[in-house]
Design a protein around this ligand. Structure first.
Ligand code: DX5
Ligand code: ZN
Length: 217
């Protein structure tokens, strides 16, 4: 099943609750929440207090993308904030297998993210334990960047590896996703499309409808 996850990084923070409510009404499936710590990536975005307060603004699942060093330290608090999916970068945690188990033991869906330059091979042994694999299609840290074309090959490679070992995680793409490349990433194996700029810049309702059309929904 194809899903659309709206990245609030590109929303108008002075109207955050309203933007999320509009995206929900327009038909997005997840709220993508980018947590940045100023260490794993250069910027700092937002953390627990904002995620917690946003919980009352929408019934949509929270798809939390942790771009933080040592993400395991934040996992219990995210449960308290109402997170549904917690995705950590394979490059940011020393003990990825343990961190995945920690997320799952708290009743959340565990996701693993890969930077563009990180090979799929690095997550081969955890593919069966995670509910989601996030393929970064830009270098993490900023919204509004250009999609990296080799991501298409990477998606195909991931899809093949999943089929080969009988793993079935959701495959999520994040960064530079728009109306020009949505079909290409879907054809290459993506199940969850994250979009920030393409949803929140301009008219939210029109933008979501355009995505839904491409997704055949
Ligand atoms: C980038 C973030 C993305 C970002 C996507 O580091 O992980 O979620 O918000 O934004 P767009 O869709 O504008 O590339
Ligand atoms: Zn993200």
């Amino acid at each position: 099943m194809l899903r659309l996850s709206s990245s609030i990084l590109a929303s108008d923070f002075t109207k955050l609750g309203e933007c999320v409510a509009r995206a929900e009404k327009a038909g997005v499936d997840f709220v993508h929440i980018d947590v940045m710590d100023g260490m794993f990536v250069p910027q700092i975005s937002f953390g627990e207090p904002i995620i917690k307060s946003l919980r009352s603004a929408t019934a949509l699942p929270f798809d939390v993308h942790l771009m933080v060093q040592d993400p395991e330290k934040m996992v219990p608090a995210l449960k308290e904030c109402g997170a549904d999916i917690v995705t950590v970068h394979a490059e940011a945690t020393k003990h990825l297998d343990r961190t995945i188990n920690q997320i799952k033991e708290l009743g959340m869906i565990a996701g693993v993210a890969l930077n563009p330059s990180t090979p799929i091979e690095n997550i081969k042994y955890v593919l069966k334990s995670v509910g989601l694999v996030l393929i970064m299609t830009v270098n993490p840290g900023y919204g509004g960047q250009k999609f990296i074309p080799y991501s298409i090959d990477k998606l195909k490679e991931l899809k093949e590896m999943c089929q080969k070992i009988d793993a079935n995680p959701m495959i999520e793409v994040d960064g530079g996703i728009g109306f020009d490349n949505a079909k290409d990433v879907i054809d290459a194996g993506a199940d969850v499309l994250v979009a920030g700029t393409a949803i929140f810049k301009g008219n939210i309702e029109d933008n979501v409808s355009r995505f839904k059309l491409i997704m055949g929904q």
